[in-house]
Design a protein around this ligand. Structure first.
Ligand SMILES: C[S@@+](CC[C@H](N)C(=O)[O-])C[C@H]1O[C@@H](n2cnc3c(N)ncnc32)[C@H](O)[C@@H]1O
Length: 184
């Protein structure tokens, strides 16, 4: 599982507001349902495009990305005071067991999905905590985003999450993307 890592030389595209066509701030916050004191992680945060939408609604937001250069781009865009950049792979998160109240990822799951990363997420998200996954769908038309053969279908994403012990509450397949709400 898991495909190539998004290239830093295409980071500008991650800041394009037309991306809200595929995942809006509104739907992300509705799925995540954060509280103002919640400790939340953005998994594969890139330039922080969605981190900056979620940050005002949580206590602490860890922006996790394996590429330090992405955090540099995030700093240029302006990192809110309650956002802490973390340079790490999802397979080795520097968090205690059950430390996170919730986590989310946007357009990143297809890059990091593996048995090890799913197990690591199950370790760091507290019992009943939410994991929101929004990503390109293998059943999409491929009008934007990665090639179809690098994507997963919604049933595959559900299987990844359930395989690590998450309970899937909602799984939506849309024209080009999928959205899955799971609970640890
Ligand atoms: C397509 S970008 C999406 C960025 C951001 N989520 C957004 O929607 O704007 C995917 C990001 O995931 C990061 N990534 C890929 N594999 C990762 C891994 N195993 N651990 C942590 N970050 C990873 C990449 O470095 C890249 O910044």
């Amino acid at each position: 599982m898991g495909f190539h890592t998004y290239p830093i030389d295409r980071a500008d595209a991650l800041e394009d507001p037309s991306r809200y066509r595929y995942c809006s701030r509104e739907e992300l916050l509705e799925l995540l349902a954060p509280t103002s004191d919640a400790v939340v992680a953005d998994l594969g945060s890139g330039t922080g495009f969605y981190s900056r939408d979620v940050a005002p609604c949580v206590g602490t937001l860890y922006a996790v990305d394996v590429q330090a250069a992405m955090h540099e781009r995030h700093r240029e865009a302006g990192i809110p005071a309650n956002v802490e950049p973390v340079t790490a792979g999802i397979d080795a998160l520097p968090f205690e067991d059950d430390e996170l109240d919730a986590a989310f990822s946007t357009m990143s799951h297809h890059e990091y999905a593996a048995d090890e990363t799913m197990a690591e997420l199950a370790r760091v998200i507290r019992p009943d905590g939410r994991l929101v996954t929004v990503d390109w769908s293998a059943d999409g038309a491929g009008e934007d985003g990665p090639p179809i053969d690098e994507r997963f279908g919604v049933d595959e994403v559900v299987s990844h999450l359930e395989g690590a012990g998450f309970a899937v509450e909602r799984a939506h397949d849309r024209p080009e993307t999928l959205a899955v709400l799971a609970r640890r």
